[in-house]
Write a protein that binds this ligand. Structure first.
Ligand SMILES: Cc1ncc(COP(=O)(O)O)c(C=O)c1O
Length: 444
């Protein structure tokens, strides 16, 4: 009772102070964190205990794809909790059975079998374990501009600077360059990029490489949509050299790009696909690695050496089934496409009117703006892995105006829940429009 009263009556200031005192915030020096206290959320909005409203323009961590507080998912969680809150992973349960079967209908091609985890990093850990066991090879190719999670192995797959502090870690990961080289240098063609990857495969010894893991559309490293032909080319290279193609759809999956999975834009079927976030829209934590039938069949007689206490957690599987039903009932994939087209127009309009906008990219409701201080020399408004006074000021402005999104390096994200309406999208872009006046003042 005392705890209940405490939870309901805590002020934002108390929440922040106590959280900072007794809990560690991720990816931060603790003296620098300044969390927003959150009391409740509905649709595309969330509120502080004092009632300040924010537009959630990042779907929290690019995960609350269906929007907040959907009663259909909450009810499914409650009903599952009433009947069976937990069964260990050696048991079969109805939500586990139904979710596996449902995912087999949604995922590309002959991906048919799923191993459930607690989140994205563990999905990637298990994907590389499966690939190594299935091929008998040990090296994994990954890309530099990537994030694959913060567990020991996934951290080494990650190519961006978040990896550095954990090195040296799991051996055997080889990073390759991306088709994108940052706003100043721009893009390679698909052919150039594929030739570089093939050269690395030959130099490393193709017979030593189990898998190539890549985000179908790169997330935190810049909403990088690969040039046409790239994904098809990666598929061909993997086939030619007996390497398994692993698509990380943890962020790009579940409608974010206007398709159930981003890889569908290129009609490519990976051998393994990893997912989390949008799978349950983050109502309960759940990840999964999906595999083609041919890979699953390898474990008919061979042991799959992997497990987790919360594998196939009934509450999480029930939440995922209900969330998937919401995507379907509310036509959220179609809405992501429709609102995505409007968002692309709004972004183009900003780029035309604001000199600090160096690039504006989006696919579906997955978007990012790169800011520059010089349009001729294309100098980013903050350095690689760094920030600047102007980017900090922009972040402060968004917060003050009640727009929540990720501001990272010289970029900020536009990733609203997929249930967003035209009026809500325009409301958010009106705030961004005003915010860019700050960064425009930095342009030489
Ligand atoms: C592409 C990608 N892969 C993996 C992960 C890790 O997922 P989790 O934080 O659920 O472990 C993330 C998280 O942001 C991600 O964006």
């Amino acid at each position: 009772m005392a705890t209940e009263t405490l939870q309901k009556t805590m002020s934002g200031e108390e929440m922040v102070a106590l959280s900072k005192k007794h809990t560690l915030f991720e990816w931060s020096a603790q003296s620098k964190v300044d969390p927003i206290p959150v009391a409740r959320a509905k649709g595309i909005y969330f509120w502080t205990p004092e009632g300040k409203r924010f537009i959630d323009f990042n779907s929290q961590l690019m995960c609350v794809n269906i929007g907040h507080g959907d009663e259909r998912v909450l009810r499914a969680i409650r009903e599952q909790a009433d009947v069976l809150a937990y069964a260990n992973p050696f048991m079969a349960t109805e939500p586990r059975a139904r979710l596996g079967a449902k995912l087999a209908t949604l995922t590309p091609g002959d991906i048919d079998v799923f191993f459930f985890t607690n989140g994205g990093a563990e999905a990637n850990e298990n994907a590389i374990k499966l690939a190594r066991l299935a091929t008998g090879r040990h090296k994994i190719l990954a890309r530099y501009r990537s994030y694959h999670g913060a567990t020991a192995g996934s951290m080494m797959l990650t190519g961006d600077p978040r990896r550095w502090a954990s090195e040296p870690g799991m051996p055997g990961v080889v990073h390759v360059l991306d088709p994108y080289h940052g706003i100043s240098r721009g893009w390679d063609s698909a052919e150039q990029s594929l030739a570089m990857i093939e050269e690395v495969i030959q130099l490393e010894g193709s017979h030593t490489i189990a898998a190539f893991i890549l985000e179908s559309v790169t997330g935190t490293n810049g909403v990088l949509v690969p040039p046409d032909g790239y994904m098809q080319g990666v598929r061909e290279l993997c086939d030619r050299y007996g390497i398994l193609m692993v698509c990380d759809e943890v962020m790009a999956g579940f409608g974010r790009t206007g398709e159930w999975f981003a890889i569908n834009h290129w009609n490519v079927v990976p051998d393994l696909i990893t997912m989390a976030k949008g799978l349950t829209a983050a109502y309960v934590q759940l990840g999964a690695v999906g595999m083609r039938r041919s890979i699953a069949d390898q474990f008919k007689d061979k042991v799959f050496y992997g497990g987790l206490t919360y594998n196939s957690h009934p509450l999480a599987c029930a939440a995922a089934l209900a969330a998937i039903q919401v995507y379907e009932e509310d036509h959220l994939i179609e809405n992501a496409r429709k609102m995505g087209a409007l968002m692309a127009d709004l972004m183009t309009d900003l780029a035309l009117r604001h000199p600090s906008v160096g690039a504006a990219r989006s696919i579906g409701l997955f978007g990012l703006i790169e800011l520059v201080r010089d349009r001729d020399k294309i100098t980013p408004l903050a350095p690689f892995n760094g920030t600047s006074d102007e980017m900090v000021a922009l972040g402060k402005f968004f917060r003050q105006e009640g727009l929540y999104t990720f501001v990272r390096w010289n970029t900020f994200f536009t990733n609203p829940p997929l249930c967003i309406t035209e009026a809500e999208l325009r409301e958010a872009f009106a705030i961004i429009d005003r915010g860019l006046e700050i960064t425009d003042r930095a342009v030489r």
